[in-house]
Design a protein around this ligand. Sequence first.
Ligand code: DLL
Length: 415
Amino acid sequence: MNFLGVNSREEIKKLQEKGLKRIIDHVYNNNTSYRNKFDRLGIKPSDINGLTDIEKLPFTTKEDLRNNYPLGMSCVPKEKIMRIHMSSGTTGSPVLQPYTRSDIDQWSTTMARCLYVAGVRENDVMQITPSFGLFNGGFGFHYGAERIGCMIVPAGPGNTKRQIKFIEDFGTTSLGSVASYAIRIMEVAEEEGKEFPNLKRGVFGAETLSDGLRKKIEESLGIESYDIYGMTETGGVGCGIDCNCHDGIHIWEDHYILEVIDPKTGEALSEGEEGEIVLTSFTREALPVIRFRTGDIASIIEDKCDCGMPHRRISRIKGRVDDLLIIKGVNVYPSEIEHLLCNTPGIGNNYQIFVKEENGFHDLMIQVEGNISAVEIKKRIKENFLFTPEVEVLPNGRIPRNEGKAVRIIKNKEV
Ligand code: DLL
């Protein structure tokens, strides 16, 4: 089976041009919410004749999807829907993504490609630790691994000692995980003095993981790790992954049109400029998103990758637009603080940042675990970011661990 799909940029461009036109017809003709939005702006499907016309189209936001909960943005009759997935978010209605048979096939194709690029083959054993439920992670890994034909251990999250036993008992070669759960597996394996000679790779995503922490996990578990990207709105995990050059995440451009915009003005940015990732899922049927504002910050990498794949890359996700902290006039993403903490000897793998926000400015209190003085950490942060936060060093095990995504940024709460 050809897991890699396309071979050249010309092929991608042709698919995108045809795909954009087809998907605009589809959403306009089959969904009143999309049609009303286009009509209000005086846009007709016949106005979209080439890729550059995409800029005429309005963005789709999380709010649009929330406001149309449950199936107000679906473009197919309910009988065609075979599945739903959902992300709860922190406020308001959940965001729901319906899938037709064709969407599940598209998902299997893109996820199989991700796993293939990470080196997963038929003779591998893939242990899937994200949950199988409304969260898309577990099923996404499952469909990809099933398409490849490897042995699947659908462990789901939690019970880390049992996960470790499974890795040993089944000779797991490939671990799929939400990034912070990989940290948990590493910690418990270290506590128990376990080594995993069969384990070759980890496919981690769903949240930012600094290079420092990624390296620690790789060294401790003896694996190569891959950064997989995706979200509920675009049809789940699997929009892209880094290849073994590990220099940015390839986005599968035969399924997604990639743009980067200035999050404040909405204007398109050039390759190399950092901004908000915008994706159009032009091969999906039930709920294709048109110019979806992901809220994720990254930039498009200009050069062609040494691996030879024609799909462009984005830099690792730096954080979310609303994660940006402004402290004494300095703009910083929590992932940059994480990177510094990971490269500071004596600090453990878990941290929490408590943020107090007043009039758009932030004050920080950072909690870490480890054997290091708060004064030393403050000094390092001051040297790198020119501000001094409050710092508290706790004994190991005091910061709560999660089985899903970690809660690392806590806003406006008294400690
Ligand atoms: O987190 C999908 C996923 C599952 C990806 C398992 C990877 C592994 P949602 O719950 O809808 O879906 O959350 C999507 O998670 O907009 C990003 O902010 C963040 N995210 C996803 N992948 C990465 C990544 C899943 N590799 C939101 N690096 C996205 C950083 C990521 N953040």
